[in-house]
Design a binder for this molecule. Structure first.
Ligand SMILES: [Zn+2]
Length: 425
């Protein structure tokens, strides 16, 4: 028999129904229903409307009931950029950075990404899984129901596969949904740096060994490249992404974070699903993005954690007509947060996005950045019942409060994956 669930008592139900991903002035359209309700069948939404409308439907009476008690409900957050699997924090570098060392100085001393690589290679799959599981519970506890996860701290065949296999295992355990991305081109690993043509040889390893191994085992959906000063240049990035595409992996990119390299232009040219960071984009990059379907994913947690003054030009991107999404960039070096509400707070105060724009960027547009906009990111008939419920009276209070978690309940495919203490009795 089909399992039905009737959800009522949402003082504000933010559906984000309608036109799919949003650009320009439509980014602020939330399609809010007061006293909203949902009917869910086998984890899929079968009706959305006011309480009166939904309760009157056949099937509503016999359904199991969930009363949200006047709280605010919205689609579960889609975190479209994380480095989920890593071995340890880099708190020691945090202290060095506060004392004035730059990200690149730390990288030159063997810190930075290479520090995480060393620790990941030494860690067992069990240790990594335990840490990732703790993180996934926290993602769910902050209202996130889908998490993109990148490899890129392994940088050799065995270690990259160790990470990507964990993505699969964690996905099977039905917490937040995981979308797996291969980021073999994160940086050139230590053992290749000592060689004169190290970058070239590492790219060869990517093309001849790593990408085939990942694709044959179907361990990733996307291929990502860190295209920036100190990582890979535009030509190298293009080669890796094109090879990835030949293996069936759709491209996405880290672009213009530390400097402007032309990565955004490449992302648009390759029809990448997203290009992420974008602190250093210029007006012509914005125009190119506005004409494309490549999502501009902004990661303000990174600039906040590094104490940088220069955030991505969100207003220019939105007003110019680009698809804009928000993500945590959860990672141990530059953005150790898994709180999407905190990212919304930063988007409002630092990127000058309105609360409505920030919510759309973290749900439907982020779903589009993962090419899942037909299944998640809004509350509409036929979509997964992925829901975040907040202990607030008005949706604007979600970014308004910061540093506190007001997520009361999170549902994935109609199943509760997080419940605050007071909702359990
Ligand atoms: Zn990243």
């Amino acid at each position: 028999m089909a399992e039905s669930l009737l959800i009522t008592g949402a003082s504000q139900l933010l559906t984000l129904r309608g036109s799919g991903p949003r650009r320009g002035s439509s980014l602020s359209h939330l399609d809010l229903i007061e006293d909203g309700a949902l009917l869910v069948r086998d984890g899929v939404i079968s009706a959305v409307g006011t309480r009166g409308q939904v309760e009157a439907l056949p099937g509503a009476r016999s359904a199991e009931k969930l009363d949200l008690g006047g709280r605010v409900a919205l689609p579960g957050f889609v975190d479209s950029h994380t480095h989920l699997v890593h071995a340890a924090s880099r708190a020691e570098e945090y202290e060095l950075k506060i004392q004035g060392a730059s990200y690149e100085e730390i990288a030159r001393k063997g810190g930075g990404i290479l520090n995480s690589v060393k620790k990941l290679r030494a860690a067992t799959a069990e240790e990594l899984k335990k840490r990732a599981n703790v993180a996934l519970h926290q993602f769910a506890a902050h209202g996130t129901t889908t998490v993109e996860a990148k490899s890129g701290y392994g940088l050799d065949v065995a270690s990259e596969l160790k990470i990507l296999k964990l993505h699969k295992e964690l996905e099977a355990e039905q917490q937040p949904e995981i979308v797996s991305t291969f980021l073999g081109a994160h940086v050139v690993p230590e053992e290749f740096r000592k060689k004169a043509d190290g970058a070239k040889r590492y790219i060869q390893l990517l093309e001849e060994n790593l990408l085939p191994a990942v694709a044959e085992r179907k361990l990733a959906e996307f291929c990502d490249v860190f295209c920036d000063r100190g990582a890979f240049n535009v030509q190298e990035s293009k080669r890796v992404l094109q090879t990835g595409r030949q293996w069936g992996l759709a491209p996405r990119m880290h672009a213009e974070q530390l400097s402007r390299t032309g990565a955004t232009r490449l992302a648009v040219l390759l029809r990448a699903a997203s290009c992420d960071h974008l602190e250093h984009v210029n007006a012509s990059d914005i125009r190119a993005l506005a004409k494309s379907n490549t999502v501009a994913t902004l990661l303000p947690g990174c600039d906040f954690h590094l104490g940088l003054k220069k955030y991505a030009p969100a207003r220019g991107l939105i007003d110019g007509g680009a698809f804009v999404a928000l993500a945590t960039d959860y990672n141990p070096g530059t953005s150790p947060t898994l709180s999407m509400p905190m990212i919304l707070s930063l988007a409002c105060t630092q990127l000058r996005m309105t609360p409505a724009e920030a919510i759309a960027a973290a749900t439907i547009n982020a779903a589009y950045a993962l090419r899942r906009e037909k299944r998640i990111g809004s509350l509409e008939v036929g979509k997964q019942a992925d829901l975040a419920v907040f202990e607030v009276a008005d949706y604007r209070e979600i970014p308004y409060y910061f540093g506190v978690n007001h997520c009361w309940m999170t549902l994935k495919r109609g199943r509760v994956i997080h419940a605050a203490q007071d909702s359990r009795n």
